[in-house]
Design a protein around this ligand. Structure first.
Ligand code: S3P
Length: 444
C-alpha cells in the first residue's frame, strides 16, 4: 500500500473515561504463518480469527500466486495446500506491501523451492535489510540478486538440491529464525538454529501443529532449535488469538485517561510476547488477566487495564525480543509517568517499518517531552503532564500512527498525526474501536 493520499488525524483528550469490553484483530505473526504453513501442507487448513489487515492479505495473495488455493468462507479462511515442495512459479512479482515478516519468511520458503521469484514491497519495506536472511539462506544453494545494501526488490533462484542449514543468529530475530526453519522444511536432514536470546516461537509451535518434528532445547541464555527436514506437513486448523501488540493500544489509552477501565478479551499471551505487560506492572499499572486458557496451542486470556498513576521504569535489553513492537506505545506511557525511564538495547528498532528509535523520540519531543537517545537506549523524562500540540510524522509506520493517537488522549493540546492509513496493515478498525471505547480521534 504505497501512500497515495495520506490521512491526517487528530487525537484529543476525552472529557470522560474510556470504558468497555472489546476484542482486537488476530495476531499478525500467527496469521502470516497459518497462511504459509497451510499452503505448504497437504489438505485443507481452516483458519479462524485471521487478521484481515493489509500485511496478512499480501501473504494470502503471494501464497495464491505460488499455487495455493485460499478463500474466505464466512469469517473463516480456507487454505488448500500444495504439499511441501509443491509451490509453483509465480507469474509476476510478489509484492509484500509493508510487511517485513511476509517478505523474510517467504524468502526462506522460496530458497528451497526450485523456481524463479521476485519479491518487492512498498517504500518502507524497500528500505529494510534483507541481508539478514539472504546471508544464511545462501548455504541452501539458492541464488539471490538484490539492490545495493541487500534491499528489495529481491530475485530468488531457489535451490535445485537444497542443503539443510546450521546457523547461529547474530541478532535476536524471530523473522530470521523462521526464514531459516522454513527453508529447512524442504531440505533433507536436520536444520539447526541457535538463537542468543529466545524470540517468539510461533513458527516452532505451528510447525509441530502441522506435523513437523521440532526439538527445542535451552542453550545458555538462548535456545537451540532442530527441525527434521522434509516432514509430511498435514493441514491443521488454526484458531488465531487476538494480537497482544494490538491490544497494547486500547489498554495503554485506558491507563492514561482518568477513571478508565477497558477489557480486551481473547488476547494471545505467549510468554515470548508479554514483555510489555510485565513492564506495565513494574510501572504500577493496574492490569488484570482473567480467563486464562490454552487455545490452539497458544496461551490466551482477557486483559483489563484501569487508569493508573504510572512511575518510571528501567527496561533491560534482554526483554526487548518479548516486546519489540511495543516500544513506541510504551514510550508514550513513560512520557506520562513520573520520573526518568530508560528503555535499553533498542538497536533492532532502527530497522522496523521505520527507524522507530528516532521516530519515537521525535514523536515525544515535538509534543513537549524531554527525550534523549544514548547509544541504543531511549531515555524519557516524564513528569505526568504532556503539553502536546505537535505533529507526529509516522513514516509509513502503523505503530507510530497508533502511538501518536494514544498520546493525544493524555496531552493538554490535541496531537496530530500526518497519516493514519498504515494502521490498516495490522489493526483494521482501530479508530472505530477506540472511539467506541470513548477515545476522541478524528480525521483532520
Ligand atoms: C515478527 C518478528 C518481529 C516483529 C515483527 C513480527 C514475526 O521481528 O517485530 O512485527 O512475526 O516473526 P524480528 O523478529 O525481526 O525482530
Amino acid at each position: 500500500m504505497d501512500q497515495l493520499s495520506p490521512r491526517p488525524h487528530l487525537s484529543h483528550r476525552p472529557t470522560s473515561p474510556l470504558s468497555g469490553r472489546t476484542t482486537v484483530p488476530g495476531d499478525k505473526s500467527i496469521s502470516h504463518r497459518a497462511l504459509m504453513f497451510g499452503a505448504l501442507a497437504v489438505g485443507q487448513t481452516r483458519i479462524s480469527g485471521l487478521l484481515e489487515g493489509e500485511d496478512v492479505l499480501r501473504t494470502a495473495t503471494a501464497m495464491r500466486a505460488l499455487g495455493a488455493e485460499i478463500r474466505r468462507e464466512g469469517t473463516d479462511w480456507l487454505v488448500s495446500g500444495r504439499g511441501l515442495g509443491g509451490l509453483t512459479e509465480p507469474a509476476d512479482v510478489l509484492d509484500m506491501g509493508n510487511s517485513g515478516t511476509a517478505a523474510r519468511l517467504l524468502t526462506g520458503i522460496l530458497s528451497t523451492h526450485e523456481l524463479y521469484a521476485v519479491i518487492t514491497g512498498d517504500a518502507s519495506l524497500r528500505k529494510r535489510p534483507m541481508g539478514r536472511v539472504i546471508e544464511p539462506l545462501h548455504a541452501t544453494g539458492a541464488q539471490f540478486f538484490a539492490r545495493a545494501g541487500n534491499r528489495l526488490p529481491l530475485t530468488i533462484l531457489g535451490a535445485r538440491d537444497p542443503m539443510p542449514l546450521t546457523y547461529r543468529l547474530p541478532v535476536a530475530s524471530a523473522q530470521v529464525k523462521s526464514a531459516v526453519l522454513l527453508a529447512g522444511l524442504n531440505a533433507p536432514g536436520y536444520t539447526e538454529v541457535e538463537e542468543p536470546e529466545p524470540t517468539r516461537d510461533h513458527s516452532e509451535n505451528m510447525l509441530r501443529h502441522f506435523g513437523a518434528e521440532v526439538q527445542v532445547t535451552e542453550a545458555g541464555m538462548g535456545r537451540h532449535i532442530r527441525l527434521k527436514g522434509q516432514p509430511e506437513l498435514r493441514a491443521a486448523d488454526v484458531a488465531v488469538p487476538g494480537d497482544p501488540s494490538s491490544a497494547a493500544f486500547p489498554l495503554a489509552a485506558a491507563l492514561l485517561v482518568p477513571g478508565s477501565a477497558v477489557t480486551v478479551a481473547n488476547v494471545g499471551l505467549n510468554p515470548l510476547r508479554t514483555g510489555l505487560f510485565l513492564t506495565l506492572r513494574e510501572m504500577g499499572a493496574k492490569l488484570e488477566v482473567t480467563a486464562q486458557r490454552l487455545a490452539g496451542g497458544e496461551a490466551v486470556g482477557d486483559l483489563t487495564a484501569f487508569y493508573s498513576e504510572l512511575r518510571a521504569v528501567d527496561v533491560p535489553p534482554a526483554r526487548a525480543p518479548s516486546m519489540i513492537d511495543e516500544y513506541p506505545v510504551l514510550a508514550v506511557l513513560c512520557a506520562a509517568a513520573r520520573g526518568t525511564s530508560r528503555l535499553r538495547g533498542l538497536s533492532e528498532l532502527r530497522v522496523k517499518e521505520s527507524d522507530r528509535l528516532s521516530a519515537t523520540a521525535a514523536m515525544l519531543r515535538v509534543n513537549g517531552v524531554n527525550v534523549e537517545i544514548e547509544g541504543d537506549d531511549l531515555i524519557i523524562h516524564g513528569n505526568g503532564a504532556i503539553p502536546g500540540g505537535g505533529l507526529v510524522e509516522t513514516h509509513m509506520d502503523h505503530r507510530l500512527a497508533m502511538s501518536g493517537l494514544v498520546l493525544g488522549q493524555t496531552t493538554k493540546l490535541p496531537v496530530r498525526i500526518d497519516d493514519a492509513s498504515f494502521i490498516e496493515t495490522s489493526f483494521p478498525g482501530f479508530l472505530k474501536l477506540m472511539c467506541r471505547l470513548g477515545a476522541e480521534m478524528t480525521a483532520a
